[in-house]
Design a protein around this ligand. Structure first.
Ligand code: SF4
Length: 214
């Protein structure tokens, strides 16, 4: 994607969805952290179903610890990798209580030190909860960034760094939401819907698969 295309590319995505939101449901930074931690290899819809029950019983790290590993495991058993996630979640809650006064820390280093929290999860929390211009590269963003030519890269980290370099500051906070939603609903893995894609005129892949626009 040419440098000049980046501004209209994001302006178009922004016009279609001025305040994009994550599709995970949460009512606090703690619940957001839990939901993101549980969302690896699971759909947001599936995570929301499980967290509805979980958060009703355990809306704080203290209450989650009081619930105990067995109950947490039982409550999230509909989600992929639930045993590992339940362990990570309860260990994370213990660290939040013992080292952070029961609060979710705002630094990348402290977030990534929590069990089950990697770079991507830390990026989501820093962005959604604290408004920082981080790029959490998931499978959708990875695909869209490469197909469009916006931020080509062989690894999620390479794509993340390229996005940080190329996304204009005014779009940086919301960029990852637009790219995820675009990948989830339009630029889908098996069959990208180029014919109804609002950003096709700036996309490298569309240029090779669609007839030129008149
Ligand atoms: S034109 Fe096609 S490949 Fe390019 S972003 Fe849109 S849906 Fe994806």
């Amino acid at each position: 994607m040419h440098d000049d295309a980046i501004e209209p590319f994001f302006a178009t995505l922004a016009a279609a969805n001025p305040s994009p939101q994550t599709e995970l449901e949460f009512t606090s930074v703690f619940e957001l952290l839990c939901a993101v931690l549980l969302s690896a290899q699971a759909t947001d819809v599936g995570v929301n179903k499980a967290t509805k029950r979980l958060f009703a019983l355990a809306p704080t790290p203290q209450r989650m610890l009081a619930l105990g590993l067995d109950q947490v495991t039982e409550l999230i058993r509909t989600i992929g990798l639930f045993r590992t996630k339940a362990k990570n979640l309860t260990q994370t809650c213990r660290i939040l209580v013992e080292q952070h006064g029961g609060e979710v820390p705002r630094s990348r280093e402290a977030l990534e030190a929590l069990p089950g929290v990697g770079r991507k999860t830390a990026n989501v929390v820093l962005n959604v909860a604290f408004g920082e211009a981080t790029m959490a590269v998931d499978t959708h963003i990875f695909r869209v960034a490469n197909r469009t030519g916006l931020a080509p890269g062989r690894t999620p980290l390479a794509v993340e760094l390229k996005l940080l370099e190329r996304v204009p500051p005014k779009y940086a906070v919301d960029a990852h939401h637009w790219l995820i939603l675009h990948g989830r609903y339009v630029c889908q893995a098996r069959r990208p819907q180029c014919e109804r894609c609002v950003v096709r005129r700036w996309c490298d892949t569309a240029a090779s698969t669609m007839p030129a626009e008149g």
